[in-house]
Design a protein around this ligand. Structure first.
Ligand SMILES: NC(=O)c1ccc[n+]([C@@H]2O[C@H](COP(=O)([O-])OP(=O)(O)OC[C@H]3O[C@@H](n4cnc5c(N)ncnc54)[C@H](O)[C@@H]3O)[C@@H](O)[C@H]2O)c1
Length: 448
């Protein structure tokens, strides 16, 4: 393992040298964008797979620590970040001295844990999607984020959000192109079927810390099948199992529901219903649909938001429109028409005799919503100036994933449930409580 590199300038040392108590002032000085002292000291957890997608943005900062349960990933990562100290256990890595920020690219079942520990240590956090795999995890991370809001920069890895189409869709609907918004739908057609956890097979290769990979999840025997995927796609080998992920909700659902979430300005739903294929205690459903009722807000009336996955689809507005041609898409229904979108394209379908578009005035170039720019760099800029809002901070993203995960709760309960966003409980269905959270292995706590 490498020895610790000399950090250029750390926020913590600045805070200490300024005579302030760490944690009371979470800012760093600005000395000009190019000043070496302005670089952030970053820990990257999960250095291969999705982690690779962060190398370019992070190479402009000081990556002082790398963490991966698979030690075989270190030599290549160290070629890019030669001064970093390596760790196999993220709990130890988070206590690396002088850290400013952490990027989390590990398995879904560790995200809420690491994010929560990092916030407790006053670190800025970029967490790959999904932020959580249970309702209780989403609520716990959001509660911690609320304590530090405006002082710490957070972002969930829904980087498609930076595509221009996201802003155009929002503008069109807010400017009334489909009249009054009534409902929104998102769907994803990825179908990866597994019958159950993989049976015991072989032993973990040298340097692979399988017990740390399991982390808070209940013990499951090792099988190389969980690790046979390519870089950035290995999540498709484990994310459908209840212990390790939330299936397509956490996978493409995070990206696709983001098209809707970016428009509707919703918080948490007040009721949820869902149905899907037969329940499997090992594997999350492939085919499933969930429906969430949201109260009115200051610009629209009450709406229903729906999520469809694994082949089930919302009804097309007209037979001439084949929604199944859009693998991951969204549709908005208004009083005067529909807007259908994928990640980078949109189309408007005026509907009804009075849908003449006279009520819609396109924006001028000057009044368009400004571009996000580089999604990871948006977060890096906010780490330097945490009062800057990031597009997918933990407030926005925790609400979105809590809604989606409530769909899995309703699916398991098997009936429509009322939801109290304040308490995180269903007043009419107390049995739903069992599915809001999960059991963790002894010794693992989210509040570390
Ligand atoms: N934003 C996107 O478009 C996008 C794309 C792909 C994956 N992802 C997300 O990225 C995450 C990783 O996916 P992946 O396909 O790269 O998975 P992966 O199984 O390849 O894991 C990535 C790396 O993390 C390491 N790792 C796993 N658990 C760890 C732990 N507890 N501590 C330290 N290191 C650990 C692995 O050894 C590996 O090197 C998932 O949450 C996935 O949802 C996001």
């Amino acid at each position: 393992m490498n020895t610790d590199s000399k950090p250029a300038f750390s926020r913590r040392r600045f805070v200490a040298s300024a005579g302030l108590v760490a944690g009371t002032m979470i800012t760093r000085p600005l000395f000009g964008a190019d000043a070496p002292s302005n670089k952030l000291n970053i820990l990257l957890i999960g250095v291969w797979g999705r982690g690779l997608a962060h190398y370019d943005a992070l190479s402009e900062e000081n990556v002082v620590a790398l963490c991966d349960v698979n030690e075989k990933r270190f030599p290549d990562a160290l070629k890019r970040f030669p001064n970093a100290t390596t760790y196999v256990d993220w709990r130890k890595a988070l206590d690396h001295k002088g850290l400013d920020a952490v990027v989390i690219c590990t398995t879904d079942h560790t995200h809420a844990f690491i994010a929560s520990w990092a916030l407790s240590r006053n670190l800025h956090v970029y967490c790959e999607k999904p932020l959580a795999i249970t309702v209780n995890e989403a609520r716990a991370v959001r509660a911690k984020w609320e304590e530090k809001k405006g002082k710490l920069a957070t972002q969930v890895g829904m980087q498609r959000h930076a595509q221009a189409n996201f802003r155009r869709v929002r503008e069109l609907i807010h400017d009334g192109v489909i009249g009054d918004l009534q409902a929104a739908y998102a769907w994803g057609n990825r179908q990866i079927r597994r019958s159950g956890y993989l049976p015991a097979e072989g032993t973990p290769p040298e340097g692979f810390n399988y017990d740390l990979w399991l982390g808070p999840a209940p013990y499951r025997p090792y099988n190389p099948g969980y690790f046979k995927g390519g870089a950035g796609a290995n999540c498709l080998e484990w994310n459908m199992f209840w212990d390790f992920g939330a299936g397509q909700i956490g996978d493409m659902g995070s990206h696709t529901m983001d098209i809707v979430w970016n428009v509707v300005d919703a918080k948490l739903p007040t009721s949820v219903s869902a149905k899907g294929e037969a329940f499997n205690s090992d594997v999350t459903p492939v085919e499933c649909e969930s429906h969430f009722e949201h109260p009115a807000n200051d610009w629209r009336g009450p709406i229903t938001v729906s999520w469809y996955q694994g082949g089930v689809m919302p009804r097309a507005p007209k037979p001439m429109i084949d929604l199944t041609k859009i693998g991951h898409g969204a549709m908005f229904k208004g009083s005067k028409g529909f807007l259908i979108s994928d990640f980078d394209t949109r189309m408007v379908l005026p509907f009804g005799d009075d849908a003449d578009l006279t009520y819609y005035k396109p924006r001028t170039k000057e009044t368009l919503i400004p571009p996000v720019g580089h999604f990871q760099k948006e977060w890096l800029a906010a780490c330097r100036e945490p009062s800057k809002k990031t597009s997918c901070d933990f407030g926005y993203s925790a609400d979105m994933i809590e809604q989606m995960l409530l769909g899995l709760v309703a699916y398991r309960v098997g009936k429509k449930i009322q939801y109290d966003p304040k308490t995180g409980k269903s007043p009419d269905t107390p049995e739903a409580d069992t599915f809001m959270g999960k059991q963790y292995r002894d010794g693992w706590t989210m509040d570390g």
